[in-house]
Design a protein around this ligand. Structure first.
Ligand SMILES: [Zn+2]
Length: 169
């Protein structure tokens, strides 16, 4: 089932999501829905709060369907190592149309649980490293605009307020 994407301004995006403790069929169904919703929205990553569910789950496919082996599910993820720097444009399905240059570590290791509750670690670079950080941020109530200058952030917020007033957000 495709869920609508929650946009910036919704309180669920600013909240700490709850840890997953039950690795059951319901969770599997939710993860399927998350991939479906992410692809429908043309995204390469999606965190559960973005479909209004305040739980620590993220799905990632930086190849966007090109390589099914690259599909990743992160449950209760934690960033355990980061190094280096990369700077490139970043966007978010919850902030459609807004992209900004964001500096992030270039090599990141995440520790998470899989769909069966098994703990694993995975190291990613460049876009994958960025996705690990971006999606884990979501689960902590943080958006990529918290990593840009206050000036740019205020500009985006002002544009969104205008769009909201016009009923376009
Ligand atoms: Zn996002």
């Amino acid at each position: 089932m495709i869920h609508p994407i929650v946009k910036y301004g919704d309180e669920v995006l600013a909240r700490q999501s709850a840890r997953i403790t039950e690795f059951d069929g319901e969770l599997q169904k939710l993860i399927e829905d998350m991939f479906e919703s992410m692809y429908a929205a043309h995204g390469v990553g999606l965190a559960a709060p973005q479909i209004g569910i305040s739980k620590r789950i993220a799905v990632i496919d930086v190849t966007f369907k090109e390589n099914p082996a690259q599909k990743m599910v992160l449950i209760n993820p934690e960033i355990i190592h980061k190094e280096g720097h990369q700077r490139s444009n970043e966007g978010c399905l919850s902030l459609p149309e807004f992209r900004e240059k964001v500096t992030r570590p270039n090599r990141v290791t995440v520790r998470a649980q899989d769909i069966h509750g098994k703990t694993f670690e995975h190291t990613g670079e460049e876009l994958l490293a960025r996705a690990f950080l971006h999606e884990t941020d979501h689960l902590n109530g943080k958006l990529f605009i918290s990593h840009i200058s206050a000036l740019k952030r205020d500009l985006i917020k002002r544009k969104i307020r205008k769009l909201a007033k016009a009923g376009e957000w």
